[in-house]
Design a binder for this molecule. Structure first.
Ligand code: DP6
Length: 325
């Protein structure tokens, strides 16, 4: 019998049009479509070994045994894979990320994208990109966008079959770079999953959803046309809308700090000097400043002097999930 083992790499992604709120929290079918780029250089590598000598699944994250909650989330995901492959062995899962996890850098996206590819391969399945994207979505919604290469779109759909991501443009279509301004590397106190659940308590959420198809289309076209002005207008607007929902939810979620706002103002100043840069922020204080490769040095030098910044990491557009031999 062949060895039930595989390893995969995946990158996190930064959303230009955000996913915030589900039609179905259990299946993670989003209320709106979203668009993101994979972040090259930030990587989660995950190995999965199904092993008949284990009584239960065992998960190690960055050389430490994982918390019971993280273990349960991985077991639930492996159960999906075991059902598909008609397998009943427990698995040993080892995962390493080379960037801070749980601080609004979409570590669950790279983690579940890598787990879906390594786990399904180890179980003997040979899933295509759409099937893998649907599987990754069940672990963490944004993970479905880390499966295809480049800049990807999650078509929200209304059923499990319809809800998956595919490629909008390949890696080299537009030389976007995420200049990621790290303000805090600690694990966030409220998870995205809890945030999705309470988003319905915000009176702003229905308005955000009402305009989401239009913003998706504007962003899609701005990327196809490499039109940075239209792109930055819609990306900042969409991020601001999501944070408005967050801070008007009950209980309120306020992820942005004083330093986040200082970076936002500095980005606006850069733009007033005709530098192509715009900001977008996920569920954490760290600010993703999207720029174009030839302006990265200018953007970086301007922003890295702001007090309160821990470090700056830059990431061009990356591949989707990959098997490692
Ligand atoms: C703010 O995919 O982390 O980063 O599906 O519950 O795992 P779960 O949530 P997650 O939510 C990501 C939210 C976001 C916006 C985005 O990436 O679109």
């Amino acid at each position: 019998m062949s060895e039930l083992f595989a390893t995969a790499d995946a990158h996190p992604n930064i959303a230009f049009i955000k996913y915030w709120g589900n039609v179905n929290d259990q299946l993670k079918i989003s209320l709106n479509g979203s668009i993101s780029m994979n972040l090259d250089g930030l990587t989660t590598r995950t190995s999965v070994r199904f092993d008949s000598s284990l009584d239960s699944d065992k998960l190690e994250i960055n050389d430490q045994p994982a918390s019971p909650a993280a273990n349960q989330r991985v077991t639930d995901h492996l159960d999906l894979i075991r059902n598909m492959a008609k397998l009943n062995q427990a698995a040993h899962v080892i995962s390493h990320s080379n960037f801070p996890i749980g601080s609004g850098i979409a570590s669950s996206a790279s983690a579940f994208a890598a787990l879906s590819l390594a786990g399904s391969k180890a179980a003997g399945l040979d899933l295509d990109i759409i099937e893998l994207s649907r599987l990754a979505r069940r672990g963490s919604g944004s993970a479905c966008r880390s499966i295809p290469d480049g800049i990807t779109e999650w078509h929200a759909g209304t059923t499990d079959e319809q809800s998956f991501a595919d490629q909008l443009v390949p890696l080299d279509y537009w030389e976007l770079v995420d200049c990621l301004i790290i303000i805090n590397e600690k694990h966030k106190s409220v998870s995205s999953s809890d945030g999705h659940r309470i988003s319905k308590t915000s009176p702003i959420q229905p308005l955000r959803i009402m305009g989401s198809a239009r913003r998706f289309e504007l962003c899609h076209n701005a990327i196809l046309n490499r039109d940075f002005q239209s792109f930055s207008d819609v990306v900042e607007h969409d991020s601001n809308l999501m944070h408005s929902v967050m801070c008007t939810s009950m209980p309120s979620l306020v992820y942005l700090t004083k330093s986040s706002f200082e970076v936002i103002h500095a980005v606006l100043e850069l733009r007033s000097k005709a530098v192509e840069a715009c900001y977008t922020i996920d569920a954490g204080p760290n600010v993703h400043v999207i720029t174009i490769k030839h302006q990265l040095d200018t953007v970086r030098q301007y922003l890295q002097q702001i007090p309160g910044i821990l470090r700056v990491v830059s990431a061009p557009v990356g591949n989707g999930a990959r098997l490692i031999n």
